[in-house]
Design a protein around this ligand. Structure first.
Ligand code: 7TS
Length: 419
């Protein structure tokens, strides 16, 4: 068993005051089954700071109106608030322009948008799309669907026993028939952080556009679109301390301009007659219908919150926490960690020898500890490691070593109960 050896105990971790941060998240101070909540299901969705909750309430109390449509005061106000979030996100991810930031329902819709729209125009019979073996279903199924529709073939880059993409094998899959590459920045099932920059550059050597599924990356690290040089990058607000129901598809302007609309309706048009419709400019071409205005505004409050944090200190704190959790869990001989990459973020998937993952989840829940059990929408990953399911503890910057200790005690209880 290799422990994540590059996870050093950082000198800057002390700068990060977790007790103070926890005060910002009201739900962390609630009880479950009479026990203090230990929330270790952050990869599924993160908790929300008070400032995000307040922004949502304020929006509905004082600002609610439809966007881009009215001359009246409130409509202008809501439009400004909605567009302000786009500006914040453009700066946050260092996109070249606001036209490259499209609001979608979440990562799932971001991938589907590209698969359907890019696929319709650029993927044809005999072409290929490349993904990896550690993808979430939402970065598998949309590509299967478009490949089926277009008569193209889906190729899958394999992973090794540590749960890392085998980059040499990935490189071998890239050829003149490859029309798109799509893979996760960070795996939700294993926590592996992929060498995205290297993998993007390899695809670009062949002129192939790359989509990155950033759902599990943004909660743990800052990401710079222009530095990564990816063509598409998609993520969900609800995993980064913002509301559910909204996310972003970043895309390079030139590519987005070349792609057909994904859905038709209001806002995405310039003019409509029964004979001919012309489409709006970016980003509106891809935002048909009334968007999720309130949650976009709430997402803006989450970005403000993140902007006030010291990210290098957070990254160090989280690495330290993950290394501690890895050590504590592996010291239990009945526990096996699935996914032992040297580069991991936020996730420990594990099995308890002789106990079904759901039983692990149920027993630790009775102690107030929330972990996820199952296939984590990554059934091919479970198959690769020959397990039906895992229990997964996933961390955010507000988690603590004491919570890891509580999980370790919970696992001991599981072993007591199930023998
Ligand atoms: N991609 C990855 C890597 C994910 O982890 C998830 C959600 C998605 C895409 C889809 O994001 P959505 O916001 O559109 O649903 N992952 C998980 C999870 O691990 N447990 O619950 C949801």
């Amino acid at each position: 068993m290799s422990i994540a050896t590059d996870i050093a105990t950082p000198a800057v971790a002390s700068k990060f005051d977790v007790a103070r941060i926890r005060k910002d998240f009201p739900i962390l101070h609630t009880k479950v089954h009479g026990k203090p909540l230990v929330y270790l299901d952050n990869a599924a969705t993160s908790q929300k700071p008070q400032s995000v909750i307040d922004a949502l309430a304020r929006y509905y109390k004082e600002q609610n109106s439809n966007v881009h449509r009215g001359v009246h005061f409130l409509s202008g106000f809501a439009t400004e608030a909605y567009e302000e979030t786009r500006k914040k996100i453009t700066r946050y991810i260092n996109a070249a322009s606001e036209r490259e930031v499209i609001f979608v329902r979440g990562t799932t819709e971001g991938v589907n948008l590209v698969a359907q729209s890019f696929g319709k125009k650029f993927i044809g019979k005999g072409d290929e799309a490349v993904i990896s073996a550690l993808e979430h279903h939402s970065n598998i199924v949309p590509w299967q669907m478009v490949c089926d529709e277009r008569g193209a073939t889906l190729r899958v880059a394999p992973i090794n026993d540590d749960g890392e993409i085998i980059v040499e094998e990935y490189a071998k899959l890239l050829n003149a028939k490859t029309k798109i590459v799509a893979f996760a920045h960070v795996s939700n099932a294993l926590g592996t952080v992929n060498p995205v920059k290297e993998m993007i550059a390899l695809a670009h050597d062949h002129g192939i556009p790359v989509l990155i599924d950033g759902a599990q990356a943004l909660p743990h690290m800052r990401v710079d679109m222009q530095d990564l040089d990816c063509d598409f990058y998609t993520f969900s607000s609800h995993k980064m301390f913002g509301p559910t129901g909204v996310g972003v598809l970043y895309g390079k302007e030139k590519l987005l301009n070349a792609m057909p609309p994904y859905q038709g309706g209001g806002d995405m048009i310039r003019s409509v007659t029964f004979e001919k419709t012309t489409y709006n400019d970016l980003p509106y071409k891809f935002e048909a219908g009334t968007p999720n205005i309130a949650d976009v505004v709430g997402f803006g409050a989450a970005i403000d919150y993140l902007n006030n944090l010291d990210f290098p200190a957070i990254e160090s704190y989280e690495h330290d926490l993950l290394a501690y959790a890895t050590e504590v869990l592996t010291s239990n001989k009945r526990v096996r960690i699935i996914g032992t990459s040297k580069h991991k973020a936020g996730v420990i998937s594990f099995v308890v020898d002789g106990v079904h993952a759901h039983d692990v989840g149920t027993i630790v829940d009775s102690e107030g500890i929330a972990v996820r059990t199952g296939h984590h929408c990554a059934m091919p990953v479970m198959e690769r490691f020959k397990v039906a399911a895992t229990a997964r503890a996933s961390f955010a910057f507000y988690n603590t070593k004491e919570e890891v200790d509580a999980l370790a005690r919970g696992i001991n209880k599981v072993i007591e109960v199930f023998g």
